[in-house]
Design a protein around this ligand. Structure first.
Ligand code: ATP
Length: 284
């Protein structure tokens, strides 16, 4: 994207770190995430272009942006999976790269393109994950059984992960990310490829988790989903944050988050397919 997007309707960036002001320590809790000057290039391609962002603890937060905006790259750097070219990230007040053990014990991650141990059953995968996390065996068994039950995977617990469907993989990945009861859960496109029934199950688990004061940060391009789940939103486009803050403020005067998003990423009124004059039954 080579031009600045319009910012009609919702409150955008460029007016100081107003999102940061609202995301300041809440009841003595440090922000869930504090990002300063984050950059990442892949060869000539700048994926993340100087992001500053503070996300408060205890919220359901959506990171939204079009394809290629930099969501996965940002989440990978924030969760310690990808080293930034420049910048700092703190999670719950701990530096991700200087204090990785403290950070990793506090977070759960459901990455994009989830790579799982395919030759383990779902149950074995949770057992292995729990032991890696240092949980006692009986506690792992108890938690794994409950998570499998709630996520409707009990019937498939002895099936190999390689034979799981896309939705089942998302759910077992979510169970593995929740097993150690993290303070902050990062989910990259958790609902992609998931049917409505499984989506409702995942949603219920996440709502229960945030109701107890935990933080969920998830990326998505499904605005309706973000609007119905999140109370805090950050909009990213072309590697930059375009707006962030409470949902109502990012939505502004726009009738929906979808409309606000199109304005913020500069896609309002973009014609769809005027050049495809050959396409369609009548043009043969
Ligand atoms: N490993 C890589 N090597 C080269 N370019 C990359 C790599 N990873 C990401 N990119 C590029 O960086 C930009 C941001 O990609 P990223 O995957 O972070 O976007 P995204 O917002 O998650 O997109 P989507 O919604 O389509 O998953 C894109 O232009 C992408 O092509």
């Amino acid at each position: 994207m080579d031009s600045e997007p319009e910012q009609s309707g919702p409150v955008g960036r460029g007016d100081g770190a107003e999102g940061a002001a609202d995301a300041s320590p809440d009841g003595g809790r440090p922000p869930a995430v504090r990002i300063q000057g984050l950059w990442k290039k892949f060869g000539e391609q700048t994926a993340v272009s100087g992001i500053d962002l503070t996300l408060p603890a205890g919220r359901f937060i959506g990171l939204v942006g079009p394809n290629g905006a930099g969501k996965t790259t940002t989440l990978s750097m924030v969760t310690g999976l990808l080293r930034p070219d420049a910048g700092q990230v703190e999670i719950g007040g701990h530096d991700v790269w200087r204090d990785p053990v403290a950070v990793k014990s506090r977070i759960g991650v459901l990455p994009e393109g989830l790579r799982l141990f395919e030759r383990l059953s779902g149950r074995e995968l949770l057992g292995y994950t729990g032991r890696l996390r240092g949980l006692p065996g009986d506690e792992v068994d108890k938690r794994a059984g409950q998570l499998l039950e709630v996520l409707d995977l009990s019937g498939a617990q002895h099936k190999l992960v390689v034979d799981y469907s896309t939705g089942m993989r998302k759910k077992i990945g979510l169970a593995a990310a929740l097993l150690h009861n993290p303070e902050i859960l990062f989910l990259d496109e958790p609902f992609e490829g998931v049917d409505p029934v499984s989506a409702q199950t995942i949603r219920g688990v996440l709502e229960r988790y945030t109701a107890s004061g935990a933080t969920v940060i998830f990326s998505s391009h499904v605005m309706e989903l973000v609007e119905s789940l999140c109370d805090w939103v950050a909009v990213i486009a072309a590697g930059k944050i375009r707006a962030d803050g409470p949902l109502e403020r990012v939505r502004g005067e726009a009738p929906s988050l979808h409309e606000a998003f199109l304005g913020l990423v500069g896609a309002s009124g973009r014609g769809a397919g005027q050049n495809l004059d050959w396409l369609g039954g009548g043009a043969r």
